[in-house]
Design a protein around this ligand. Structure first.
Ligand code: UD1
Ligand code: MG
Length: 462
């Protein structure tokens, strides 16, 4: 029979050693706030209505960071210890039968698979609870796991309260538990703040259960780094590095080529299809999806964007909040600022900026242009230096250019403006009025040639 799981994530602490005005769990690693990683892991174990975050410091900001997940929150206005964090959640949590899994908001490396092993270990026996432990060469700072003659956990002793013999124990408490909810809530209030910090230590519950005739098991982890919590910015950088290494490894094993991976930054939620190549120093960030067989050039930055297959992003190109269809080429040195839709096979070359623009299939803007609030039809060619003048000092205005049009170099298109299908615009024109389909519009001073003028001028100077 499947036992339902409730997950509680402790995230009320400020994290004094971060030396920050921001709550610790809001600091970012692997491209998102720490708390978001832990909530994502929790969601693979339990439905949102069975996930609760204990918030305290900057409660509102922490809530906002993960509110869309549809999870619950418990307010711990005063932080009186890990045991107290659960005590304040009694009303919301104790009616939920099954297993109670306890996690920390500052431990984003913990894998769902490890927690599934923890729950399976708990389900396999009749322990009151199971905790994750690790055999460490140097367990300084961690609570020590003290086992009884039968190998069960008799108690957890915090570093500060441990005797010399206990300090020599190498098995450390990772602070991650799976308890039987009924026994947990029956005994939780027996914890007393009898320690130098006057805190309610959740760890004391182990000895309480042991004395009551129950037992707690410890499941040693293969890799203690997974339970690494963040206390300062050095550890934040280390966890960020580990999260990113993990992401790159996953992608490479799934068929993505990443050149010089130690220089590449890819956020946790990015998805990339097989045979895509990512060059050194590229950054692929936020909610980005990239299809198969794409090429992301060196030092390119792609953020919150969707790229279909066979897309080529040249070096030093920035793509933000845009959608690129298959076969699109952009860059090198292009900037797709936001809300662009570049259709199949369109080309965007160096020093071209796009903002809120739809570039039709097969259209080309190959050099030095600004296209803002524009709609450009299929196969239209935008000459070098073309500018849409979309702003009159007060408002933004749209430019519409049809299909198969030809915009000569250095055209200045004063919006609002509509250019028909197949129209030609002379190079260097300032276009202020609509141009019908298949017409030629020239808006510049007519060229004057004065025969012999230069020679005469030179002779005058002698
Ligand atoms: C805890 C364990 C220790 C274990 C270690 C592993 C206790 C008493 N000790 O120590 O055995 O080795 O984790 O990392 O549990 N929090 C709240 N409200 C509070 C207090 C804490 O939400 O009132 C949150 C903190 O924000 C933090 C987490 O709980 O994310 C852990 O609390 P902390 O006080 O840092 O415990 P540790 O000293 O790490
Ligand atoms: Mg801690």
């Amino acid at each position: 029979m499947h036992t339902p799981v409730t997950v509680v994530i402790l995230a009320a602490g400020l994290g004094t050693r971060m030396k920050s005005r921001q709550a610790k769990v809001l600091h970012r690693a692997g491209g998102k706030p720490l708390i978001e990683h832990v909530v994502a892991t929790a969601l693979s174990l339990a439905p949102p209505e069975r996930i609760f975050v204990v918030v305290g410091h900057q409660a509102d900001q922490v809530r906002r960071a993960v509110a869309t997940a549809g999870i619950g929150f418990i307010e711990q206005t005063e932080q009186k210890g890990t045991g107290h964090a659960l005590m304040v959640g009694r009303a919301a949590l104790s009616p939920l039968a099954g297993y109670l899994v306890i996690l920390y908001g500052d431990g984003p490396l913990l894998r769902a698979a490890t927690l599934q092993r923890l729950i399976a270990a708990q389900a396999a026996g009749s322990a009151a609870g199971t905790l994750l432990s690790a055999l460490m060469d140097d367990p300084t700072g961690y609570g020590r796991v003290v086992r009884d003659a039968r190998g069960h956990v008799a108690e957890i002793v915090e570093q500060k309260a441990a005797s010399v013999e206990q300090l020599a124990l190498r098995e450390a408490n990772m602070g991650i538990y799976c308890y039987r909810a009924d026994l947990f809530w029956k005994h939780l209030d027996e914890i007393r703040p009898l320690n130098a910090a006057h805190e309610f230590y959740l760890t004391d519950l182990v000895a309480i259960l042991h004395r009551a005739g129950h037992y707690v098991e410890a499941l040693p982890m293969d890799d203690a780094r997974e339970a690494l919590g963040i206390n300062n910015r050095l550890e934040l950088a280390e966890v960020d590095r580990l999260l990113r290494e993990r992401k790159l490894r996953e992608l490479m094993l799934a068929g993505v080529t990443i050149e010089k991976p130690e220089t590449v930054t890819i956020d946790a939620d990015v998805r990339i299809g097989i045979d895509t190549v990512v060059e050194p120093f590229a950054q692929i960030l936020g909610a980005t999806t990239i299809g198969e067989n794409c090429h992301i050039g060196a030092c390119a930055i792609v953020r919150d964007s969707t790229l279909a297959g066979d897309v080529e992003i040249g070096p030093f190109t920035m793509v933000t909040a845009s959608r690129l269809e298959s076969g699109v080429h952009a860059g090198p040195f292009a900037r797709l600022r936001m809300d662009n839709h570049v259709e199949q096979g369109a080309h965007i070359g160096n020093f071209v900026e796009l903002k809120k623009t739809r570039l039709g299939a097969g259209a080309k803007a190959n050099h030095l242009a600004y296209l803002g609030d524009a709609e450009i039809g299929a196969r239209t060619n935008i000459g070098a230096g073309t500018i849409t003048c979309n702003y009159d000092g007060f408002h933004k205005h749209p430019t519409k250019i049809g299909a198969d049009a030809f915009v000569g170099s250095n055209a200045t298109l004063v919006a609002p403006l509509a250019i028909g299908d197949g129209a030609y615009l002379g190079a260097g024109s300032v276009i202020t009025e609509a141009v019908p389909p298949d017409a030629l519009a020239i808006g510049r001073a007519r060229q004057v040639v004065k025969e012999d003028w230069a020679r005469k001028r030179r002779s005058l100077r002698k």
